[in-house]
Design a protein around this ligand. Structure first.
Ligand code: 48F
Length: 259
């Protein structure tokens, strides 16, 4: 007779590897499950695209959990509040323009929303490199994050993708690989990464959305990664620009994939 332990372990192993195998080739790979990536994942999956998200940490959500200085409330503008309401996340008006949001409700609501829309999230998985064939970005190179953190000499595996979104936040890790490792020129004033400027909330919120675009064939950036690439200002615990950036990059990717 099968022991219960065997049944439980078998269910986990079969179920996980089925998921991994099904997602070895995707329409869109999103690196980083922060707010911009989660909104993009939600919109793309809802539109019927096969979306895989890779998050190096155990908990997806990126910079959403901690509010401002660990006070777990964030602020969003009216149009961003509407996006949160689509996810069932509640907001509390501050005045005619701004709302506060419980950052734990926001983080968990965005994650659940992306997942329910059909995006698959691989957590504790780090994207350590990209694949570029004949001038088109076409894959993510993945490994367990604990392997990377322990600096174990273990080769990764590759997932092929039609579009790759860098949602890694401030360091724009994936665009860094494209520019500094692959040596490609991206769509920025210098062809490279300008680097984030200091705090200016109003300008940073606006430019995060403006800076959200396709940077190279098959390669896109959202959120702070997009802003870092184009030299935008940082904005702190206000999140409207992140959601609108995620929504904008999803639209751009959909237009490109439909071509
Ligand atoms: O930084 P992050 O939250 O991304 P975002 O969507 O949002 C920025 C805001 O949170 C905040 C802000 C708003 O005012 O300025 O900072 O731009 O989330 C990025 C996620 O990417 C993961 C990282 O752990 C984080 O959860 N990440 C970074 N590099 C990798 C990665 C990698 N190589 N592979 C997988 N995940």
């Amino acid at each position: 007779m099968k022991m219960m332990e065997e049944t439980i372990s078998g269910a986990i192993v079969r179920s996980y590897f089925k998921k991994l195998e099904n997602y070895l080739s995707v329409d869109v790979a999103i690196v980083g499950a922060g707010p911009s990536g989660l909104v993009a994942a939600h919109d793309l999956a809802k539109a019927g695209y096969k979306v895989a998200m890779y998050e190096s940490k155990l908990a997806p959500g990126g910079g959403t959990w901690g509010g401002g200085m660990l006070m777990n409330e964030v602020v969003v503008q009216n149009d961003a509040a509407e996006i949160l309401h689509e996810f069932g996340i509640r907001t509390v008006p501050v005045d005619d323009t701004y709302h506060t949001v419980d950052s734990v409700e926001m983080a968990s609501g965005l994650i659940f929303g992306a997942r329910k829309a059909g995006a698959v999230i691989f957590n504790a998985v780090k994207v350590e490199d990209i694949a570029i064939h004949n001038g088109v970005v076409c894959g993510v190179v993945i490994n367990w994050n604990p392997v990377a953190r322990l600096e174990m000499h273990v080769d990764p595996i590759v997932v092929t993708t039609r579009a790759l979104i860098d949602g890694t936040g401030h360091p724009s890790e994936i665009i860094n690989k494209a520019v500094n490792k692959a040596g490609v020129k991206i769509d920025s004033p210098t062809g490279g990464i300008l680097g984030e400027k200091p705090m200016w909330m109003e300008d940073g919120e606006r430019t995060t959305v403006e800076n959200t675009k396709r940077l190279y064939p098959g390669l896109y950036a959202s959120g702070m990664a997009a802003n870092n690439v184009q030299g935008g200002f940082r904005m702190g615990p206000i999140f409207g620009g992140m959601f609108k950036s995620g929504r904008k990059i999803a639209q751009i990717v959909m237009q490109d994939l439909a071509k």
